[in-house]
Design a protein around this ligand. Sequence first.
Ligand SMILES: CSC[C@H]1O[C@H](OP(=O)(O)O)[C@H](O)[C@@H]1O
Ligand SMILES: Nc1ncnc2[nH]cnc12
Length: 291
Amino acid sequence: MARSVIGVIGGSGLYDLPGLEDAHWQRVESPWGEPSDELRFGTIAGRPIVFLPRHGRGHRVSPSDIDYRANIDALKRAGVTDIVSVSAVGSYREDLSPGTFVLVDQFVDRTVRRASSFFGKGCVAHVAFGHPTSPGLMDRLAAAAEAEAIPVVRGGTYVCMEGPQFSTLAESRAYKAQGFDVIGMTNMPEAKLAREAEIPYATVAMVTDYDCWHPDHDHVDVAQVIKVLTDNADKARRLVARFAADFPLEHPPCPVGADHALDFAVMTAPDRRDPALVARLDAVAGRVLGR
Ligand SMILES: CSC[C@H]1O[C@H](OP(=O)(O)O)[C@H](O)[C@@H]1O
Ligand SMILES: Nc1ncnc2[nH]cnc12
């Protein structure tokens, strides 16, 4: 059984994890491109943690420009076995008011210009993705939230838009009518790539606004989002710290098999694989490609 290494991807408003002990920033090279920033290595209660600010320190990288493949590959190279992502979201439900934390369990991908797979011409693979988040991680996040007296809502569908503009009123109403619960711009293809890299993934979504469908609220603006984020950042850090401190030292098997997602996924015959692509897949898929 592998030693647990928790990866934390910090979203808007979360550019560092102040509770990390023995922490240092370190550049991790990836053959897939430029990660959003250096990785912050440290420990919490003796557990190794690797933190990555998704938009880079100072929020320099927009959702469409994030190199999600480089980020996930870098975390995999750093030995990460489990990922918790923290994200700001807009809400489509009256009861999910700003400040609410939601452990989303489903995603709908509406992004249009992002590389969303490590695989492709020369090495084709299809991973199962019916359950895109790990129930094991969500159970532990819910327990950590309870221990810290932070209310969380368990379950919800996150629709990922391309952005960077927020939705039109027509889009917002349509998403609400389709039954989506929250909206953001970053969790896709991040969650898809984590699955391909066999890293169980869960998201703590922090509601910052009602998008623009709500008759009693004006359109979304960044000042409003930042205010809610600032008011809640400390709660998010406490939640992540408690989750990490209580995490098993040995990686617990993922109930939906995310940590073995590639067992039966690769279609391309060994003698027909592109050696250059296979070389780039060394960290993500070395376990099944024999590298
Ligand atoms: C500042 S609001 C819009 C911005 O915040 C969310 O990012 P993240 O998931 O990294 O917290 C949203 O997806 C947008 O990128
Ligand atoms: N309303 C919204 N739409 C998309 N991304 C968001 N992130 C925070 N609020 C959002």
